[in-house]
Design a protein around this ligand. Structure first.
Ligand code: NAP
Length: 304
């Protein structure tokens, strides 16, 4: 197949492009920066510069590639695009990502229609953002909690599913280059357990997220899929384990009221009330099996 990966140079794109190429697909991958074209070529893709927020730029890139499928991995969460992470000012930090998940996906779908591309797969999100009611583990049928960082996700899911595509709600990424900042905070004991650490989190290794994406492309999957590992778990379990794997001292404990002052409501809500996700549908319908069924093996392997 000819596959167009919008955002091929990101943490996930860099793992996805080689997997698609290894399966015999012809890949066009995009970046906003000419300095990353060579990197994308080394991964085996035809590389193009594209601004996902510019309808003409998207239309031209898609028309030139004439793909069979489009994969959207555009976010703007790196320091280069969003500045230093500051979740107290989440509106500002997530502003461009929210635009990419609304205007950006609209431009891609318009380009798909204009070019006759029949299938689109897009990045969604399923880490701690299950609706904060009822059980701790959510399926695709449960609504998502809307926080600043995910406020455009419902739009993205609606338009992609209506266009006959698939939304892959990835868990929290770890693996090569994916959560170094988080691990550094844990090593410096600056990532505390907030309250009783009851918020649940779903994790996924970036290579497992990539392998699910390949399956969704090849099978022309339709609908929403949680791409998470087998073990959604409370922060009180995974955070001390992550610290141990990173060779750090156990995390400090901070009461919720103090964390609210220091880090803001969004962070405290996720760490104390977040809901994780089940991967049963992706396993059943895509035939996907993660290489790391749990963060327990994955953190250990990555941080060894
Ligand atoms: N589920 C999760 O946990 C999750 C999901 C996504 C990201 N993250 C985390 O967020 C951090 C940053 O992610 P990242 O390194 O992938 O960087 P990123 O800045 O979010 O970029 C991701 C991709 O989107 C592209 N992009 C950004 N702005 C664009 C625009 N206006 N038009 C078109 N494409 C655009 C980037 O291209 P260029 O930068 O090459 O221009 C890159 O290919 C990492 O720590 C990652 O693990 C986590």
């Amino acid at each position: 197949m000819r596959v167009f990966v919008a955002g091929g140079s990101g943490v996930l794109g860099r793992r996805l492009v080689p997997q698609l190429v290894a399966r015999g697909h012809q890949v066009t991958a995009t970046t906003t920066s000419a300095s990353k074209l060579e990197l994308l070529e080394q991964l085996g893709a035809e590389a193009v510069v594209m601004d996902g927020l510019d309808a003409a730029s998207v239309g031209e890139a898609v028309a030139a590639a004439r793909p069979d499928a489009i994969v959207n991995q555009m976010t703007a969460l790196s320091v280069a695009h969003a500045g230093k992470p500051n979740l107290r000012n989440a509106g500002r930090f997530f502003a461009t990502t929210n635009r990419l998940r609304s205007e950006g996906i609209d431009h891609l779908l318009a380009a798909a229609e204009a070019t006759g591309v029949s299938h689109v797969v897009a990045q969604g999100h399923a880490s701690m953002n299950g609706v904060r009611r009822g059980g701790w583990v959510k399926t695709e049928d449960d609504p998502l909690e809307v926080v600043e960082g995910t406020k455009a996700i419902n739009h993205l899911e609606d338009v992609v599913v209506r266009a006959g595509g698939a939304v892959l709600r990835y868990g929290g990424f770890y693996g090569p280059g994916a959560n170094d900042d988080q691990v550094n905070l844990v090593r410096k004991r600056l990532f505390p357990l907030v309250g009783a650490g009851t918020g649940h989190f779903s994790w996924i290794h970036v290579d497992d997220a990539a392998s699910a994406t390949v399956l969704a492309v090849e099978q022309k999957a339709k609908g929403v899929f949680n791409i998470v590992d087998d073990e959604p778990a409370p922060v009180s379990e995974w955070l001390p384990y992550l610290a141990e794997c990173a060779g750090a001292k156990p995390p400090r404990r901070v009461p919720a009221w103090l964390a609210r002052l220091l880090a803001g409501e969004m962070v405290v809500g996720m760490l104390t009330e977040g809901r994780g996700f089940s991967n049963a549908k992706a396993k059943r319908e895509l035939g996907w099996e993660p290489r790391y069924p749990s963060w327990r093996q994955g953190f250990r392997a990555e941080l060894a």
